[in-house]
Design a protein around this ligand. Structure first.
Ligand SMILES: *Cc1c(COP(=O)(O)O)cnc(C)c1O
Length: 397
């Protein structure tokens, strides 16, 4: 029986942290660890970034929260930054990734409704997807393991295999409203999506009057080396979600859309008590200022390349344990042959933090401002972890 007063929904590692600085975190008992888990793709600028701390403190002394019954200048500023930097014209701020996806689904359905197609409510999603844990986003995710025991599955989602254009075509019917996809499946195992497939989806949407939704909750905010991953593909969505990295650790999310796609979201159709409050927006503005500064993203791309090269040589030297490096930017996956959970436990023993993903993958999610020396140190520890794991296996067998 669990002695924790918390819900037992998380299988937590027996570690707790006292503070962090950049790519490092220090446990409550003084262990200094290299954090390549990034709070699951959240800490884009590492821990306790001085500019983010200053922005949060300054706003905390001025104004924390006012409701969306009033104008919020910090919100307008961040929306302008995001729309200037993307395909989008409009932004809705919320509190999490799942809420951003909920807003995207609602926006697509409302668009069809006000366009004279109230029957178009269904959204096509992809096997291996992850869109969140609310009832609707779980239905969009379509993972039987997550749905079990939670009653009727929210209707309106049709799931097809990733990359299968024919299956998408076959799934499009008179009730289809939109297609939703992650440009890289993060939780699913850092599964890359072919750029041609994204172009095919854009084309299918255009020909059938559907909206294209990119769920960039994980891939956005510089994680793949561009502000948003879609920018690598040249394919623009109609609606896009963001969260995880957007507040550098301050929890909030956003749904972005073209003016046309957002035309149904009129006063009273959607809302949020906390969404886009001044405290969250102050940090979000500071994050975007840093990411959009000249040369920042190029530097992150350069370091990503360095990391991938170093990692590939570590992976090459452990062919019995790990098989493949994949990903973009600082969203890197290592597909394992031995159980990924064993690799993660072994890296933890080397004071290196990583995260599991689908397809037996270990995710490395360092901050975008990780240094080369930290990459070297991380790779040394990853290598040592695999060596220790192999030695333990050899003495077992
Ligand atoms: C993490 C994630 C979500 C859910 O975000 P929460 O903030 O946990 O609700 C949705 N979509 C994608 C692609 C994600 O990676």
């Amino acid at each position: 029986m669990s002695r924790s007063p918390l819900f037992d929904t998380f299988a937590r590692a027996p570690l707790a942290f006292d503070h962090g600085e950049g790519t490092w975190v220090v446990t409550t008992d003084g262990r200094r660890m290299l954090d390549f888990s990034g709070g699951v793709a959240v800490n884009v600028l590492g821990h306790a970034h001085p500019q983010l701390v200053a922005a949060l403190k300054a706003q905390a002394e001025k104004l924390w929260h006012v409701s969306n019954l009033f104008r919020i200048p910090e919100q307008e500023e961040l929306a302008k930054t995001l729309t200037d930097a993307t395909f989008a014209d409009k932004v809705f701020f919320c509190n999490s990734g799942a809420e951003a996806v909920e807003c995207a689904i609602k926006t697509a359905r409302r668009y069809q409704f006000v366009s004279g197609h109230p029957e178009r409510v269904r959204v096509i999603t992809f096997a291996g997807a992850f869109h969140g844990r609310t009832l609707a986003t779980l239905a969009a995710t379509g993972n039987a393991k997550y749905l079990e025991g939670f009653g009727p599955v929210a209707g309106g989602f049709d799931q097809v295999p990733l990359g299968d254009k024919k299956a998408v075509e076959a799934a499009i019917g008179p009730e289809t409203a939109a297609i939703m996809i992650e440009p890289i499946q993060g939780e699913g195992g850092v599964r890359l999506v072919d750029r041609q497939f994204l172009r095919d989806l854009r084309d299918l949407c255009d020909r059938n009057g559907l909206l294209l939704i990119f769920d960039e909750v994980q891939t956005g905010i510089g994680r793949t080396g561009r502000l948003f991953a879609y920018q690598w593909s040249g394919v623009e969505p109609d609606i896009m979600t963001s969260a995880k990295g957007i507040g550098g650790g301050f929890p909030f999310g956003a749904c972005l859309a073209t003016e046309e796609a957002a035309k149904g979201m009129t006063p009273g159709t959607h809302g949020s008590t906390f969404g886009g409050n001044p405290l969250a927006m102050a940090v979000g503005n500071a994050v975007l200022d840093i990411l959009l500064a000249d040369g920042f993203m190029e530097e992150a791309q350069r370091k990503s390349l360095y990391l991938k090269q170093r990692l590939a040589s570590v992976v090459d030297s452990h062919p019995d344990s790990v098989a493949e490096v994949r990903g973009e930017g600082m969203l890197i996956g290592v597909r394992c042959i031995v159980p990924a959970g064993d690799v993660i436990a072994a890296t933890r023993d080397q004071d290196l933090l990583c995260v599991a993903a689908g397809e037996n993958v270990v995710r490395l999610l360092p901050p975008l401002n990780v240094t080369e020396a930290e990459i070297d140190e991380g790779m040394k520890r990853f290598d040592a972890a695999l060596t220790a794991l192999e030695a333990a296996k050899a003495s077992d067998g």
